[in-house]
Design a binder for this molecule. Structure first.
Ligand code: SF4
Length: 402
């Protein structure tokens, strides 16, 4: 199950004060040493990720976070990393110990509430102090999902069974993700995926957005064909019927739109992901800000993963070149990738985000909320490129936005 993309796993954040046994708890659940366990407070400096299969809950990824209530010199970066994990967690597991529930734990519950996540409270170290009725009652004001646990001398099987039940009661693993593309092509319908194979294409494989779209179409019972942009026209002529949808890589969108009959719907992988992970109408609206950009403006290009940038890289080369051409001169462009997403978004006139295939819709939605809170328009690679190429209305038409 390790191959299940992280973006479709349930994210379970393990939060709590330093040294309440968060890592020990995770190690017990995972039955291996995932995190460094030490009696010295503040040993987990970064967020440690552990993907695993959790029975009926399905594929999950645990986020083992640092306790941020300590005063070590690393505390500022710990706080940042731990609070950044708030926007990724579908469930907050708040680990604590007997009679230790105060402002800190209540703050975690508030963060969960603000992010639409549920809370499971784990009262650890019951080999030292048991869970009293009074303490359980105090916690129950914040969550009904409470368990007592000892990572030292308890039964792992019993604790794991109880934990899985609480996760299930808290809604973990039950959330259905919006379809990527299968709702646009009926079962038995025909979709054509257009994948340019240029020097930037990775050797011997499709990239994740292409593979996920293909799989979603197959799951929906559609007939899916994959061709290069150079063969699209000839392929369409070979088919005895018109496709229900053509999906292409953003960088080939101009040619693909030209080669696709006007009565065949056409869009890009990036736009499909903008719809699945975020807010397509907002991203479409955000593209309108491109028209007003000036050379004195600053634009943020944000990618949700880190990858080796080729000479023809979309985020670092192609979109910046299109922006410069559009404003008729230089323009300040910052590129952030992976987990890095700046806090001072107000500096930007526009954010252009990648399709975000590697992160969950919860995390992408949090990025959009941050932009909205700073009044910064946010759009998406496929939408921006289609705008520059003059084909935006055509590729948004399948969603009623063109
Ligand atoms: S840059 Fe974005 S869309 Fe491209 S692979 Fe990474 S996460 Fe997915």
């Amino acid at each position: 199950m390790r191959e299940v993309p992280k973006s479709i796993r349930t994210h379970i954040g393990i939060f709590g004060r330093a040294n309440v046994g968060k890592s020990s708890f995770l190690n017990m659940v995972a039955s291996q040493d995932v995190s460094i366990v030490s009696p010295i407070p503040g040993t987990t400096a970064d967020v440690v990720e552990k993907p695993m299969e959790l029975g009926a809950i399905g594929p999950v990824v645990f986020l083992d976070t640092a306790g941020v209530d300590d005063a070590t010199e690393l505390s500022e970066s710990r706080i940042k990393r731990t609070t950044a994990a708030f926007s990724r967690a579908d469930v907050f597991v708040v680990v604590t110990e007997a009679d230790c529930w105060g402002e800190y734990e209540e703050g975690l519950c508030a963060a969960a509430r603000n992010n639409g996540a549920s809370v499971v409270a784990v009262v650890n170290k019951t080999d030292v102090h048991g869970l009293t009725d009074g303490f359980r009652q105090k916690i129950s004001a914040f969550t009904p999902h409470i368990m007592a646990c000892s990572c030292v001398d308890g039964s792992r099987e019993a604790a794991l069974a109880e934990f899985k039940k609480l996760l299930s009661d808290a809604g973990a693993g039950g959330g259905a993700q919006r379809a990527l593309v299968s709702d646009l092509v009926p079962a038995g319908g025909l979709a054509v995926l257009v994948v340019p194979i240029d020097s930037g294409a990775p050797k011997g494989r499709l990239i994740l957005p292409q593979a996920q779209a293909l799989r979603d179409l197959l799951d929906g019972g559609a007939v899916a064909t994959v061709v290069r942009d150079t063969e699209l026209k000839a392929s369409l002529a070979m088919f005895s019927r018109k496709p229900d949808l053509v999906v292409c890589d953003s960088q080939a969108v101009k040619r693909v739109v030209e080669d696709t009959p006007p009565d065949v719907r056409c869009t890009t992988f990036s736009i499909l992901f903008a719809r699945q992970k975020g807010d397509l109408a907002r991203a479409f609206k955000g593209a309108k800000a491109i028209a007003g950009l000036k050379s004195s403006d600053r634009v943020l290009i944000a990618e949700a993963c880190t990858h080796h940038a080729a000479d023809s890289d979309i985020g670092r080369i192609k979109i910046p070149n299109m922006l410069r051409k559009h404003v008729g001169g230089d323009i300040h462009i910052d590129v952030f990738s992976g987990r890095d997403y700046p806090e001072d978004l107000e500096r930007y006139a526009l954010i252009i985000h990648c399709g975000a295939c590697m992160i969950t819709s919860r995390e992408m939605s949090a990025r959009i909320r941050q932009a909205v809170s700073k009044n910064v328009p946010i759009t998406n690679y496929g939408i921006a490129i289609s705008y520059f190429q003059g084909v935006l209305d055509r590729v948004m038409e399948p969603f009623g936005l063109g």
